[in-house]
Design a protein around this ligand. Structure first.
Ligand SMILES: [Zn+2]
Ligand SMILES: [Zn+2]
Length: 261
């Protein structure tokens, strides 16, 4: 067994409030507070979400689009699913790009892309020992939102952006899994009363969730907890948010962050 089943690179960690600095001083670099559209690359090969900034993120991270074999789309909001950018990635490849998405998502065909329509809660074999399961998420229902569970070599990753809390069936599905890594939607900062509570998490919501996730053995003391899909305009600076997260035993993702599990 490999020591690490997953080598992850966060290519984007933002909600939708993108900084104008991305087109100027950070055109060719990552920044802790000027974040790009949320996306995560696994083992240089598997991409989770391809939104508005994915081409810039791949370029800045020095990653080749042609190495990406499989793309997993959480939902069809443009910060996660950008047809033109996906067509551009697929055009770099000699073999078709495999695109996994919930079976009820409304999307059109894209050149050189094989669309795999996923039944929620059913496990799919991707290759190289990797499996993926789509878990329904509490988010804009028009976009067929799902979280993903990736499993390989006894390790597991839950990718939960976008969504608020967990839907009951997803919670029950995850019980006892003792995840290796949980990437949690953290759109809203450390304050109460935000109107987005039915579609995104805030830090106070996560503060309530973590002990329950632990009691349900969805996470344990070894699980890496990582906040992502962060709206900079609703948070303190990255550095200050890291201090808040540390008290909860969690990391704050940033564009370019590498992580192994
Ligand atoms: Zn989003
Ligand atoms: Zn969304």
């Amino acid at each position: 067994m490999n020591k690490y089943a997953f080598k992850i690179k966060f290519l984007g960690t933002c909600a939708c409030d993108f900084s104008s600095k991305l087109n100027a001083e950070f055109k060719n670099s990552f920044d802790l507070d000027a974040r790009r559209s949320s996306s995560m690359l696994i083992n240089n090969t598997y991409l989770v979400d391809a939104g508005d900034h994915i081409l810039d993120s791949l370029r800045i991270a020095n990653k080749n689009a042609e190495d990406i074999t499989d793309l997993f789309i959480t939902h069809t909001h443009s910060d996660h699913f950008n047809c033109e950018n996906i067509a551009s990635i697929a055009s770099e490849k000699s073999e078709p790009l495999h695109l996994y998405i919930r079976e009820d998502a409304q999307i059109d065909d894209i050149a050189n892309v094989d669309i795999i329509r996923m039944t929620p809660y059913k496990k799919y074999c991707v290759g190289n020992g990797l499996t993926v399961t789509a878990l329904c998420a509490n988010h804009d229902p028009e976009t067929a939102p799902s979280h993903f569970l990736f499993e390989r070599d006894g390790k597991s990753i839950f990718y939960g952006c976008d969504g608020a809390w967990l839907l009951c069936r997803t919670y029950n599905f995850l019980k006892g899994m003792e995840l290796s890594l949980a990437v949690l939607d953290c759109t809203v900062g450390d304050y109460e009363g935000d109107w987005r509570m039915a579609e995104h998490n805030s830090i106070p919501m996560i503060r309530l969730m973590l002990p329950s996730l632990k009691n349900a053995k969805i996470i344990n003391s070894e699980t890496k907890i990582c906040f992502s899909h962060i709206a900079p305009s609703l948070h303190k600076s990255h550095k200050d948010t890291e201090l808040i997260a540390k008290e909860l035993g969690a990391y704050v993702a940033y564009d370019g962050l590498d992580m192994e599990v």
